[in-house]
Design a protein around this ligand. Structure first.
Ligand code: FES
Ligand SMILES: [Fe+2]
Length: 428
């Protein structure tokens, strides 16, 4: 449990908050390139760390992330014209380029230099592997972008999507690193050990109280969960949590890997980017069908929105008969099952009322690492992981071993949790 003050410290990420300052030291993924695919595309509203921003691609193909509100009389530039390398406010015609410079101010006399004194707030942006990233911290503290494994696989071997969740980022992440819940929340009643399409099967239902081993790392932490499976063997599942909000969920051996980025839109809303990828082969039609329709790790959305089709307003389409006969929840899809749990306490859970057990070890540790990181920054020590993107070259991993040994004592597992160094370091 946390005190109310600690809970505020952990969950508040707006401008001027310690956790917000900590987050702002990292590159932040916030949308998919395909959402602003073409030059002079429609601008898209973006809410990031409590700030209302606007993303657009200018005539040269450059992405801009700027304050949503015009510095003249603060109307929304969402209604503006994205034309000839700038966004033009439709109220009085002021125009701003991707760096936020005012390049035209037709409502003032031609000999006025007022436009040179007005600036629109603009953040540095980069695109990588189909995702758009922003840096919102001090210019002299800008570090490298995280080098994540999915960035290096061919486009046809990965699928990505984005949606919103109506809860604080920490709450959403806690649901993800809570490895104990897979034995319950995602269970099928008629458990078929051969069916590995969902996170079910004998690996999860046979041993519902796994042994935990959580190891601090430079990038965050590795969460090992060991279950005893058929033949008296040991199934180790190593999920990763990486500063400040990335999670990697270990695949069932041979299946695709999933990475989620739980980016605070504001303190009550999480902007989620999910990437599922396979190192060996292209995405299959069956996988695509499952992901696009919200049957597993991705959300099916209400068309034209970032709101999942199964959401709190419709009780995630829970079917009580299915819950009696077929699945533990009666809710379709891992994503919706998770969201039903993590959104249900309300946007910010009161952590002073919790009763945490041994299965919550990773959650306790994540909170501590984040709060320690934010306090260290307040004391003048910036986070090391924000500087060195190579620390992120780590996948989630799972393996069945015969020996009764911890995962971090087994060389083959440690090897499996390493992404080879990049042949050529990506130019940034
Ligand atoms: S409010 Fe934008 S130009 Fe006047
Ligand atoms: Fe889950």
């Amino acid at each position: 449990m946390l005190s109310r003050e600690e809970n505020d410290y952990l969950t508040q990420t707006g401008p001027g908050t310690p956790m917000g300052a900590f987050m702002r030291r990292f590159w932040m993924p916030f949308m998919l390139s395909e959402e602003i695919a073409e030059p002079d595309c429609d601008p898209v509203r973006v809410r990031l760390l409590g700030e209302d921003l606007l993303a657009l691609r200018d005539s040269n193909g450059r992405v801009a992330l700027v304050d949503q509100f015009c510095p003249h009389r603060r109307v929304s530039l969402f209604f503006g014209r994205n034309e000839e390398c700038g966004i033009r406010c439709v109220y009085h015609g002021w125009k701003f380029d991707a760096d936020g410079n005012c390049v035209d101010m037709p409502s003032e006399p031609a000999d006025s230099n007022f436009k040179d004194k007005v600036k629109l707030k603009s953040y540095p942006v980069r695109e990588k592997a189909g995702v758009v990233w922003a840096y919102m911290g001090p210019a002299d503290a800008m570090g490298g972008m995280p080098e994540l494994e999915w960035m290096e696989v061919p486009d046809d071997q990965r699928y990505m999507s984005r949606w919103y969740q109506e809860c604080n980022y920490a709450q959403a992440v806690e649901g993800e690193i809570d490895s104990a819940h897979v034995s319950f929340l995602h269970r099928k009643i008629d458990n078929d050990a051969k069916n590995k399409a969902a996170l079910t099967g004998s690996y999860f239902s046979g041993d519902t109280a796994p042994k935990w081993k959580v190891v601090d790392t430079e990038f965050g932490m590795t969460l090992g969960a060991r279950r005893i499976v058929e033949g008296g063997k040991y199934y180790w599942r190593m999920n990763q949590w990486l500063y400040p909000f990335y999670t990697m969920i270990a695949p069932v051996p041979g299946e695709s890997r999933t990475v989620r980025m739980w980016v605070p839109a504001d303190d009550g809303t999480c902007n989620i980017i999910c990437v599922t990828y396979n190192n060996e082969r292209p995405v299959t039609d069956a996988e695509l069908h499952s992901w696009q329709n919200g049957l597993s790790s991705h959300a099916a959305r209400i068309p034209g929105t970032l709101i999942p089709a199964a959401n709190a307003a419709n009780d995630y389409n829970i079917d009580r008969q299915v819950q009696r006969d077929e699945t533990f929840t009666g809710i379709v899809g891992i994503r919706a099952q998770d969201a039903a749990m993590t959104e249900s306490p309300g946007p910010i859970v009161d952590r002073s009322l919790e009763h945490l057990g041994t299965s919550d070890t990773a959650i306790i540790k994540m909170r501590r690492l984040l709060m320690e990181g934010a306090r260290a920054l307040e004391d003048g020590h910036p986070p090391a992981a924000a500087r060195d993107g190579a620390l992120y070259r780590v996948p989630a991993y799972s393996a069945v071993i015969a020996e009764d040994a911890d995962f971090d004592e087994r060389p083959e597992i440690l090897e499996g949790m390493r992404v080879a160094p990049a042949a050529v370091k990506a130019a940034e």
